[in-house]
Each structure stands twice: as structure tokens, then as C-alpha cells.
Design a protein around this ligand. Structure first.
Ligand code: DQA
Length: 145
């Protein structure tokens, strides 16, 4: 049975396509999910692609990824900058983690320059739009095999 990569998305990413397209692009999260799933399949992985606006649900899914997944791609969105609970959940899982942001958080407001996720991720990809999810999948392929 193929191993699963979890792709977890945080708050407001359900609004992609409508939300500040000049920053986040015109693709919807469904478009990104389809592209990411297809790419992961070519790499030999199943994909659990999910989005939540709830911090508690995100923590529960990170724990699930640690139990049932082979790797984790996470765009924790605003929780990247605020959530010690998300960071602690990520620290507790043994699978490799790649952090993704669509926008380049370092060229934006100062409050976005720090991410609690980065310190516990194997790598960070930001500023490359939806393509970042595919690059994260490639990175996991290298880390897992
Ligand atoms: C984001 C960047 C965050 O600062 C922001 O809160 C988001 C999206 C990105 O993908 O560029 O919601 O994670």
C-alpha cells in the first residue's frame, strides 16, 4: 500500500482564488489540492489534503499525520506566526515536515517574518505560489526514500 503524505492547510486558505489574488494567486485550494495529489501520485504517495480554520483541528491532524503519515507538508497560514500549540504538535511527530507559504512572508509585514513552524521543519518554501506545494512533495520524496 502506498504511503500517505499529509498536506495540511490553516485558516483562510479555503478562500484562495477570492482572497487577495494579487498576493495569493487566482487558483482555488481545490485546484492546488488536485495538482498536489496528482504530483504526489507520480512520486508514489497517497495524499491526505485538508484545510481547517480551527487551531484545535489542525493540532489533531498533525498528531494523525505523525501516526499514519510518511511525511507532512504544512501551510499553517496565520497560525504559523501565532501558535505555540501548532509548533508543539509538530515537534512531537517523527515524520519529515516541509513548511510552505504561497507568498514570500519575508517581504511582507514584520509580524509575518517569524514562523513558529520553521524551527521544527526540515525545510521552508515560500514565495513561489502553488508551485511550492509541488516542490515540497519533491523534497519529501528525497527525505523519505
Ligand atoms: C500564508 C502567509 C501567512 O502570513 C498568511 O497569514 C496566510 C497565508 C501564505 O501561504 O502565504 O494566511 O501562509
Amino acid at each position: 500500500m502506498p504511503k500517505s503524505v499529509y498536506v495540511l492547510n490553516g485558516p483562510n486558505l479555503n478562500m484562495l482564488g477570492q482572497r487577495e489574488p494579487e498576493i495569493y494567486g487566482s487558483e482555488s485550494l481545490d485546484d492546488i489540492a488536485n495538482r498536489t495529489k496528482k504530483h504526489l501520485k507520480t512520486l508514489g504517495f497517497d495524499c491526505e489534503f485538508r484545510q481547517t480554520n480551527s487551531e484545535a483541528e489542525l493540532v489533531n491532524w498533525i498528531q494523525e499525520a505523525g501516526r499514519d503519515g510518511a511525511g507532512l507538508i504544512i501551510n499553517a497560514a496565520a497560525y504559523s506566526h501565532t501558535s505555540v500549540a501548532v509548533r508543539d504538535a509538530l515537534s512531537a511527530v517523527a515524520v519529515p515536515i516541509i513548511e510552505v507559504h504561497l507568498s514570500n512572508i519575508f517581504t511582507r509585514e514584520p509580524f509575518r517574518h517569524h514562523s513558529h513552524v520553521s524551527a521544527v521543519a526540515k525545510g521552508v518554501i515560500c514565495g513561489l505560489g502553488a508551485h511550492g506545494y509541488l516542490l515540497a512533495a519533491d523534497a519529501l520524496k528525497e527525505l523519505i526514500s
